[in-house]
Design a protein around this ligand. Structure first.
Ligand SMILES: Cc1cc2nc3c(=O)[nH]c(=O)nc-3n(C[C@H](O)[C@H](O)[C@H](O)COP(=O)(O)OP(=O)(O)OC[C@H]3O[C@@H](n4cnc5c(N)ncnc54)[C@H](O)[C@@H]3O)c2cc1C
Ligand code: FES
Length: 344
């Protein structure tokens, strides 16, 4: 009798204008997919942020801590992960459903593996068909030799007329996919590219722009800048690129070319955090985030990409300097390690 009385009841979720029923213990994503809504998603385990949506009313229980994948700015604005959220009351959600409609699975072949640094490889894939995406977005990639393994990587160029796509893959210690791309030959293998996903793209504005990239986080930032330069962008722009040592810097010629094409002021500041050889580096030293106050202009819009700790400290610092969350855009390169760590 008691347990009957305390049994949880279904709740109603309004997804944009559509109402659906969510069963007790069901996640918002499970309910939406069951009801036939093409809700954006990918990993379903809280690892990719593809199912990110805005909770505008009601309460959810989160199955995992989402602070590792959503930025502070997004959390402040009420963003949740649909795959990790079980409604506790009736809720109202806003989500861009067109994103999922644009997503498709393309196949292709690896045509090159170019070493960019000792631990970053550019993977070039010739797709069989065009795959439209916005510069800054990512896709889930899988290759023949690693069946059942799929990982997220950001497109490192804007859409190319020949349907070739590129990804910068940094070797993660103990990582299955990134080690194969950096250490084994995969040229000629069939590749599946599932995308595009993500909302890291350049918002139209004339405000000064600050881009902060760490390691392979330069991939979407380069794509975004190349696309903007080709469109004659002129807004004052600063690119901070954080690396450990001088040997970790790459794509310098591409950045020079972007700076040459840019119609307005363009500053490029590489920052090394662990260069030990004295006098070998005459540029900035320290953590890339610590350079932000020096270069920040009034009304700046920020674009951050790289490992989660870099994004968190950059976001906190930008906020301290009065940049509102709505003008901070971030792409976090979360790994399985981050997901497992919060689930533990
Ligand atoms: C939106 C998005 C975009 C991304 N874009 C890029 C990009 O452009 N370039 C890039 O280099 N990376 C990017 N990443 C990261 C990328 O998706 C991979 O996570 C990364 O390459 C590691 O994959 P892997 O298969 O080599 O490692 P995995 O095998 O997934 O392992 C990753 C780490 O977790 C540890 N680990 C694995 N399993 C467990 C476990 N059960 N318990 C504890 N620890 C475990 C491993 O030892 C390793 O250290 C992106 C991630 C996201 C979410
Ligand atoms: S589908 Fe929810 S985080 Fe990947």
């Amino acid at each position: 009798m008691f347990s009957f009385l305390s049994k949880k009841k279904p709740t109603t979720a309004h997804i944009n204008a559509q109402a659906i029923t969510v069963q007790p213990k069901e996640t918002l994503l499970q309910a939406a997919l069951r009801e036939g809504i093409d809700f954006p998603h990918s990993c379903r385990v809280g690892g990719c942020a593809a199912c990110k949506c805005k909770l505008v009313d009601g309460r959810v229980k989160e199955l995992t801590e989402t602070g590792y994948i959503l930025s502070d700015a997004e959390l402040d604005q009420g963003y949740i992960l649909a795959c990790q959220s079980v409604p506790q009351t009736d809720i109202r959600i806003e989500v861009d459903l067109s994103a999922q409609a644009a997503r498709r699975t393309a196949t292709g072949r690896v045509v090159a593996q170019d070493k960019l640094t000792h631990d970053i490889t550019q993977l070039r894939v010739q797709l069989n068909d065009a795959l439209p995406y916005k510069a800054g977005q990512f896709a889930n990639i899988s290759i023949d030799s690693l069946s059942g393994v799929s990982r997220s990587y950001s497109f490192a160029t804007p859409v190319q007329p020949d349907s070739q796509v590129s990804f910068f893959v940094r070797r993660v210690p103990g990582g299955v996919f990134s080690t194969a791309i950096n250490d084994d030959s995969v040229v000629g293998q069939t590749v599946t590219v599932d995308g595009p996903m993500g909302d890291f793209w350049l918002r139209p504005s004339t405000a000064p722009m600050l881009l902060v990239a760490g390691g392979s986080g330069l991939a979407p930032v380069l794509a975004l800048l190349q696309e903007a330069a080709a469109a004659d962008e002129s807004r004052p722009t600063t690119l901070l690129f954080g690396a450990r040592e001088e040997r970790d810097l790459y794509a310098l010629e591409q950045i020079q070319e972007i700076a040459r094409q840019w119609r307005g002021p363009f500053r490029f500041i590489p920052v090394l955090s662990a260069e030990t050889v004295p006098d070998s580096w005459r540029g900035k030293r320290g953590l890339v985030v610590d350079q932000i106050p020096e270069v920040l202009e009034v009304g700046t819009h920020a674009y951050l990409c790289g490992p989660p700790p870099m994004i968190d400290s950059a976001t906190a610092l930008l906020k301290q300097h009065g940049i509102p969350g709505a003008h901070i855009h971030a792409d976090r390169f979360t790994t399985l390690h981050d997901v497992v760590a919060v689930a533990a």
